[in-house]
Write a protein that binds this ligand. Structure first.
Ligand SMILES: [Zn+2]
Length: 356
Protein backbone atom coordinates (compact mmCIF):
# COMPACT_ATOMS: atom_id res chain seq x y z
CA UNK A 1 0.00 0.00 0.00
CA UNK A 2 1.28 3.47 -0.82
CA UNK A 3 1.80 5.64 2.21
CA UNK A 4 -0.61 8.54 2.15
CA UNK A 5 0.20 11.98 3.55
CA UNK A 6 -2.72 14.03 4.77
CA UNK A 7 -3.49 17.66 5.48
CA UNK A 8 -5.04 19.13 8.63
CA UNK A 9 -8.63 19.28 7.36
CA UNK A 10 -8.55 15.63 6.32
CA UNK A 11 -7.12 14.78 9.74
CA UNK A 12 -9.90 16.64 11.53
CA UNK A 13 -12.50 14.47 9.81
CA UNK A 14 -10.76 11.15 10.50
CA UNK A 15 -12.37 8.97 13.18
CA UNK A 16 -10.32 9.10 16.36
CA UNK A 17 -10.14 7.28 19.66
CA UNK A 18 -8.62 8.72 22.82
CA UNK A 19 -7.93 6.61 25.90
CA UNK A 20 -6.04 9.11 28.03
CA UNK A 21 -7.67 12.49 28.59
CA UNK A 22 -8.37 14.18 31.93
CA UNK A 23 -11.76 15.81 32.47
CA UNK A 24 -10.27 18.53 34.67
CA UNK A 25 -7.53 19.24 32.10
CA UNK A 26 -9.87 19.79 29.16
CA UNK A 27 -12.23 22.63 30.04
CA UNK A 28 -13.06 25.45 27.63
CA UNK A 29 -11.29 28.66 28.74
CA UNK A 30 -14.51 30.68 28.43
CA UNK A 31 -16.31 28.15 30.64
CA UNK A 32 -13.62 28.40 33.31
CA UNK A 33 -14.03 32.19 33.27
CA UNK A 34 -17.84 32.08 33.49
CA UNK A 35 -18.00 29.43 36.18
CA UNK A 36 -15.23 31.09 38.23
CA UNK A 37 -17.34 34.23 38.31
CA UNK A 38 -20.38 32.36 39.62
CA UNK A 39 -18.43 30.65 42.42
CA UNK A 40 -16.24 33.68 43.26
CA UNK A 41 -12.93 32.05 42.35
CA UNK A 42 -10.07 34.39 41.33
CA UNK A 43 -8.29 33.43 38.09
CA UNK A 44 -4.91 34.67 36.77
CA UNK A 45 -6.97 36.55 34.13
CA UNK A 46 -10.64 36.77 33.17
CA UNK A 47 -9.93 36.98 29.43
CA UNK A 48 -10.48 33.51 27.89
CA UNK A 49 -7.68 33.90 25.30
CA UNK A 50 -5.23 35.13 27.93
CA UNK A 51 -6.25 32.29 30.21
CA UNK A 52 -5.61 29.73 27.46
CA UNK A 53 -2.15 31.27 26.94
CA UNK A 54 -1.49 31.31 30.69
CA UNK A 55 -2.19 27.57 30.85
CA UNK A 56 0.21 26.77 28.04
CA UNK A 57 2.93 28.95 29.53
CA UNK A 58 2.61 27.35 32.97
CA UNK A 59 2.45 23.89 31.42
CA UNK A 60 5.57 24.54 29.35
CA UNK A 61 7.70 24.87 32.48
CA UNK A 62 9.11 21.36 31.98
CA UNK A 63 8.14 20.31 35.49
CA UNK A 64 5.41 17.72 36.17
CA UNK A 65 4.67 19.11 39.63
CA UNK A 66 4.11 22.65 38.32
CA UNK A 67 2.11 21.25 35.40
CA UNK A 68 -0.20 19.51 37.84
CA UNK A 69 -0.53 22.73 39.89
CA UNK A 70 -2.34 24.43 36.97
CA UNK A 71 -5.35 22.25 37.74
CA UNK A 72 -6.22 24.43 40.73
CA UNK A 73 -8.29 26.74 38.55
CA UNK A 74 -10.19 24.10 36.62
CA UNK A 75 -10.93 22.13 39.78
CA UNK A 76 -12.17 25.31 41.49
CA UNK A 77 -15.09 25.48 39.06
CA UNK A 78 -15.86 21.75 39.28
CA UNK A 79 -17.16 21.60 42.85
CA UNK A 80 -20.86 22.13 42.17
CA UNK A 81 -23.54 20.19 40.33
CA UNK A 82 -23.83 23.01 37.79
CA UNK A 83 -20.07 23.09 37.16
CA UNK A 84 -19.76 19.33 36.77
CA UNK A 85 -22.79 18.99 34.50
CA UNK A 86 -21.60 21.73 32.19
CA UNK A 87 -17.96 20.69 31.99
CA UNK A 88 -18.86 17.03 31.40
CA UNK A 89 -21.34 17.87 28.65
CA UNK A 90 -18.93 20.25 26.93
CA UNK A 91 -16.18 17.66 27.25
CA UNK A 92 -18.17 15.26 25.06
CA UNK A 93 -19.14 17.94 22.53
CA UNK A 94 -15.52 19.02 22.17
CA UNK A 95 -14.41 15.44 21.49
CA UNK A 96 -17.16 15.07 18.89
CA UNK A 97 -16.05 18.31 17.18
CA UNK A 98 -12.52 16.90 17.04
CA UNK A 99 -13.70 13.77 15.20
CA UNK A 100 -13.41 11.49 18.22
CA UNK A 101 -15.75 8.48 17.99
CA UNK A 102 -14.59 6.77 21.18
CA UNK A 103 -13.16 8.41 24.27
CA UNK A 104 -12.29 7.46 27.81
CA UNK A 105 -12.47 10.40 30.19
CA UNK A 106 -10.69 10.19 33.53
CA UNK A 107 -10.89 12.21 36.71
CA UNK A 108 -10.48 11.82 40.47
CA UNK A 109 -13.85 12.31 42.25
CA UNK A 110 -12.05 13.05 45.54
CA UNK A 111 -10.97 16.39 44.01
CA UNK A 112 -14.57 17.49 43.37
CA UNK A 113 -16.05 17.33 46.88
CA UNK A 114 -15.12 20.78 48.26
CA UNK A 115 -18.62 22.09 47.55
CA UNK A 116 -20.26 19.41 49.67
CA UNK A 117 -21.04 16.78 47.01
CA UNK A 118 -20.38 13.20 48.08
CA UNK A 119 -18.11 10.99 45.98
CA UNK A 120 -21.15 9.13 44.63
CA UNK A 121 -22.92 12.40 43.79
CA UNK A 122 -19.85 13.58 41.89
CA UNK A 123 -19.81 10.42 39.77
CA UNK A 124 -23.58 10.50 39.17
CA UNK A 125 -23.44 14.17 38.13
CA UNK A 126 -20.52 13.69 35.74
CA UNK A 127 -22.28 10.70 34.17
CA UNK A 128 -25.42 12.83 33.74
CA UNK A 129 -23.38 15.53 31.98
CA UNK A 130 -21.60 13.02 29.77
CA UNK A 131 -24.92 11.40 28.82
CA UNK A 132 -26.36 14.81 27.89
CA UNK A 133 -23.30 15.49 25.75
CA UNK A 134 -23.52 12.11 24.02
CA UNK A 135 -27.22 12.66 23.26
CA UNK A 136 -26.49 16.09 21.75
CA UNK A 137 -23.53 14.82 19.74
CA UNK A 138 -25.60 11.94 18.35
CA UNK A 139 -28.45 14.31 17.47
CA UNK A 140 -25.95 16.52 15.62
CA UNK A 141 -24.79 13.57 13.53
CA UNK A 142 -21.42 13.19 15.27
CA UNK A 143 -21.95 10.30 17.68
CA UNK A 144 -19.24 9.62 20.24
CA UNK A 145 -19.16 6.93 22.92
CA UNK A 146 -17.47 8.07 26.13
CA UNK A 147 -16.54 5.69 28.95
CA UNK A 148 -15.30 6.87 32.34
CA UNK A 149 -12.16 5.93 34.24
CA UNK A 150 -12.20 6.92 37.89
CA UNK A 151 -8.82 7.93 39.32
CA UNK A 152 -7.37 7.78 42.78
CA UNK A 153 -4.71 10.38 43.61
CA UNK A 154 -1.53 8.41 44.29
CA UNK A 155 -0.10 10.91 46.81
CA UNK A 156 -3.25 10.90 48.96
CA UNK A 157 -4.91 8.17 51.00
CA UNK A 158 -8.25 7.76 49.23
CA UNK A 159 -7.20 5.43 46.40
CA UNK A 160 -9.02 2.44 47.84
CA UNK A 161 -12.20 4.52 48.22
CA UNK A 162 -11.92 5.54 44.57
CA UNK A 163 -11.48 1.89 43.60
CA UNK A 164 -14.64 0.99 45.56
CA UNK A 165 -16.43 3.73 43.64
CA UNK A 166 -15.28 2.26 40.32
CA UNK A 167 -16.65 -1.13 41.37
CA UNK A 168 -19.95 0.45 42.46
CA UNK A 169 -20.42 2.41 39.21
CA UNK A 170 -19.12 -0.16 36.76
CA UNK A 171 -22.58 -0.71 35.28
CA UNK A 172 -23.37 2.99 35.22
CA UNK A 173 -20.84 4.31 32.72
CA UNK A 174 -17.57 3.69 34.58
CA UNK A 175 -15.42 1.33 32.51
CA UNK A 176 -12.14 1.31 34.45
CA UNK A 177 -9.72 2.85 36.91
CA UNK A 178 -6.36 4.68 37.12
CA UNK A 179 -4.11 6.41 39.60
CA UNK A 180 -3.01 9.96 38.78
CA UNK A 181 -0.90 12.69 40.38
CA UNK A 182 2.84 13.03 40.95
CA UNK A 183 4.52 9.78 39.92
CA UNK A 184 7.95 10.35 41.44
CA UNK A 185 7.98 9.19 45.06
CA UNK A 186 4.54 7.58 44.85
CA UNK A 187 5.01 4.13 43.30
CA UNK A 188 1.98 2.12 42.11
CA UNK A 189 2.58 -0.70 44.61
CA UNK A 190 1.78 1.71 47.46
CA UNK A 191 -1.82 1.09 46.39
CA UNK A 192 -1.64 -2.65 45.87
CA UNK A 193 -4.65 -3.18 48.10
CA UNK A 194 -6.84 -1.11 45.74
CA UNK A 195 -5.54 -2.89 42.65
CA UNK A 196 -6.03 -6.33 44.17
CA UNK A 197 -9.60 -5.36 44.99
CA UNK A 198 -10.21 -4.24 41.40
CA UNK A 199 -8.75 -7.48 40.07
CA UNK A 200 -10.97 -9.55 42.36
CA UNK A 201 -13.94 -7.56 41.07
CA UNK A 202 -12.77 -7.86 37.43
CA UNK A 203 -12.58 -4.09 36.88
CA UNK A 204 -9.86 -3.23 34.34
CA UNK A 205 -7.35 -0.50 35.12
CA UNK A 206 -4.48 1.48 33.70
CA UNK A 207 -1.73 3.17 35.69
CA UNK A 208 0.21 6.37 34.98
CA UNK A 209 3.77 5.01 34.86
CA UNK A 210 7.04 5.63 33.06
CA UNK A 211 6.43 9.36 32.65
CA UNK A 212 8.35 11.06 35.47
CA UNK A 213 9.81 7.80 36.73
CA UNK A 214 11.42 4.97 34.78
CA UNK A 215 11.30 1.22 34.35
CA UNK A 216 10.71 0.28 38.01
CA UNK A 217 7.43 2.20 37.90
CA UNK A 218 6.30 0.44 34.70
CA UNK A 219 7.39 -2.92 36.12
CA UNK A 220 5.42 -2.40 39.32
CA UNK A 221 2.35 -1.21 37.45
CA UNK A 222 2.28 -4.29 35.22
CA UNK A 223 3.87 -7.13 37.15
CA UNK A 224 3.00 -6.24 40.74
CA UNK A 225 -0.29 -4.35 40.40
CA UNK A 226 -1.58 -6.04 37.24
CA UNK A 227 -2.43 -3.04 35.06
CA UNK A 228 -3.86 -3.83 31.61
CA UNK A 229 -2.56 -0.59 30.07
CA UNK A 230 0.10 1.97 30.89
CA UNK A 231 -0.47 5.74 31.00
CA UNK A 232 2.43 7.31 29.04
CA UNK A 233 5.06 4.57 29.42
CA UNK A 234 7.60 6.57 27.41
CA UNK A 235 10.42 5.27 29.60
CA UNK A 236 9.91 1.72 28.31
CA UNK A 237 12.57 2.81 25.82
CA UNK A 238 15.09 2.42 28.68
CA UNK A 239 14.63 -1.32 28.16
CA UNK A 240 15.34 -1.23 24.42
CA UNK A 241 18.96 -1.08 23.25
CA UNK A 242 19.72 -0.84 19.53
CA UNK A 243 16.25 -2.17 18.73
CA UNK A 244 16.68 -5.17 21.03
CA UNK A 245 13.97 -5.56 23.67
CA UNK A 246 14.66 -6.40 27.30
CA UNK A 247 12.25 -8.64 29.21
CA UNK A 248 9.90 -5.89 30.37
CA UNK A 249 9.77 -4.20 26.96
CA UNK A 250 9.21 -7.64 25.43
CA UNK A 251 6.33 -8.25 27.82
CA UNK A 252 4.73 -4.93 26.92
CA UNK A 253 4.98 -5.54 23.18
CA UNK A 254 4.24 -9.25 23.14
CA UNK A 255 1.28 -9.15 25.55
CA UNK A 256 -0.12 -6.21 23.55
CA UNK A 257 -0.15 -3.85 26.53
CA UNK A 258 -1.41 -0.52 25.23
CA UNK A 259 0.82 2.48 25.85
CA UNK A 260 -1.29 5.63 26.24
CA UNK A 261 1.17 8.07 24.73
CA UNK A 262 0.70 11.84 24.93
CA UNK A 263 3.40 13.60 22.87
CA UNK A 264 2.65 17.28 23.57
CA UNK A 265 2.11 16.66 27.27
CA UNK A 266 5.44 14.81 27.43
CA UNK A 267 7.26 17.76 25.85
CA UNK A 268 5.78 20.02 28.51
CA UNK A 269 6.73 17.84 31.45
CA UNK A 270 10.18 17.09 30.07
CA UNK A 271 9.45 13.37 29.47
CA UNK A 272 10.36 13.84 25.77
CA UNK A 273 12.45 16.38 23.88
CA UNK A 274 10.64 16.88 20.56
CA UNK A 275 7.73 15.54 18.51
CA UNK A 276 10.21 14.29 15.89
CA UNK A 277 12.16 12.32 18.50
CA UNK A 278 9.22 11.26 20.68
CA UNK A 279 9.43 7.49 21.36
CA UNK A 280 5.90 6.97 20.01
CA UNK A 281 7.28 6.69 16.47
CA UNK A 282 10.06 4.21 17.28
CA UNK A 283 7.71 2.13 19.46
CA UNK A 284 5.09 2.06 16.70
CA UNK A 285 7.71 0.90 14.23
CA UNK A 286 8.82 -1.84 16.66
CA UNK A 287 5.26 -3.17 16.80
CA UNK A 288 4.20 -1.95 20.24
CA UNK A 289 0.50 -1.28 20.75
CA UNK A 290 0.90 2.49 20.91
CA UNK A 291 -2.08 4.79 21.19
CA UNK A 292 -2.16 8.56 20.67
CA UNK A 293 -3.72 10.81 23.30
CA UNK A 294 -4.17 14.42 24.39
CA UNK A 295 -3.81 14.04 28.19
CA UNK A 296 -5.01 17.59 28.98
CA UNK A 297 -6.42 19.59 26.09
CA UNK A 298 -6.70 22.96 27.84
CA UNK A 299 -3.49 22.68 29.81
CA UNK A 300 -1.51 21.52 26.78
CA UNK A 301 -3.39 23.66 24.25
CA UNK A 302 -4.05 20.62 22.09
CA UNK A 303 -6.62 18.35 20.44
CA UNK A 304 -6.45 14.92 18.82
CA UNK A 305 -6.40 16.65 15.43
CA UNK A 306 -3.39 18.69 16.54
CA UNK A 307 -1.53 15.68 17.96
CA UNK A 308 -2.08 13.78 14.72
CA UNK A 309 -1.05 16.77 12.61
CA UNK A 310 2.16 17.22 14.61
CA UNK A 311 3.15 13.60 14.03
CA UNK A 312 2.41 13.90 10.31
CA UNK A 313 4.35 17.15 9.98
CA UNK A 314 7.26 16.52 12.31
CA UNK A 315 7.66 12.75 12.56
CA UNK A 316 6.70 11.65 9.04
CA UNK A 317 3.51 9.81 10.00
CA UNK A 318 1.08 8.69 7.27
CA UNK A 319 -2.68 8.22 7.39
CA UNK A 320 -2.01 4.48 7.74
CA UNK A 321 -0.06 5.23 10.92
CA UNK A 322 -2.97 7.30 12.23
CA UNK A 323 -5.33 4.44 11.45
CA UNK A 324 -3.04 2.02 13.27
CA UNK A 325 -3.01 3.98 16.51
CA UNK A 326 -6.77 4.54 16.30
CA UNK A 327 -7.48 0.84 15.84
CA UNK A 328 -4.98 0.11 18.63
CA UNK A 329 -6.88 2.42 20.97
CA UNK A 330 -10.26 0.86 20.26
CA UNK A 331 -8.80 -2.65 20.61
CA UNK A 332 -7.47 -1.75 24.06
CA UNK A 333 -10.53 0.23 25.22
CA UNK A 334 -12.13 -0.96 28.44
CA UNK A 335 -15.59 -1.48 26.89
CA UNK A 336 -16.85 -4.95 25.91
CA UNK A 337 -15.28 -6.78 22.95
CA UNK A 338 -18.41 -6.72 20.78
CA UNK A 339 -18.64 -2.94 21.08
CA UNK A 340 -14.96 -2.54 20.23
CA UNK A 341 -15.29 -4.80 17.22
CA UNK A 342 -18.32 -2.90 15.95
CA UNK A 343 -16.56 0.45 16.38
CA UNK A 344 -13.54 -0.73 14.40
CA UNK A 345 -15.51 -2.43 11.62
CA UNK A 346 -18.41 -0.01 11.28
CA UNK A 347 -16.85 3.36 12.12
CA UNK A 348 -13.05 3.51 12.21
CA UNK A 349 -12.08 1.44 9.17
CA UNK A 350 -14.77 2.90 6.85
CA UNK A 351 -13.73 6.42 7.97
CA UNK A 352 -10.11 5.81 7.03
CA UNK A 353 -11.07 4.03 3.82
CA UNK A 354 -12.97 7.14 2.79
CA UNK A 355 -9.91 9.31 3.45
CA UNK A 356 -7.41 7.09 1.64
ZN1 LIG B 1 -2.49 11.73 32.42
Amino acid sequence: MTATRVDAEVIRRLPKAVLHDHLDGGLRPATVVELAETVGHTLPTTDPDELAAWYCEAANSGDLVRYIATFEHTLAVMQTREGLLRTAEEYVLDLAADGVVYGEVRYAPELNTNGGLTLAEVVETVQEGLAAGMAKAAAAGTPVRVGTLLCGMRMFDRVREAADLAVAFRDAGVVGFDIAGAEDGFPPADHLDAFEHLRRESVPFTIHAGEAHGLPSIHQALQVCGAQRIGHGVRITDDIVDGKLGRLAGWVRDRRVALEMCPTSNLQTGAATSIAEHPITALKDLGFRVTLNTDNRLVSGTTMTREMSLLVEEAGWTVEDLRTVTVNAVKSAFIPFDERKALIEDVVLPGYAAAL
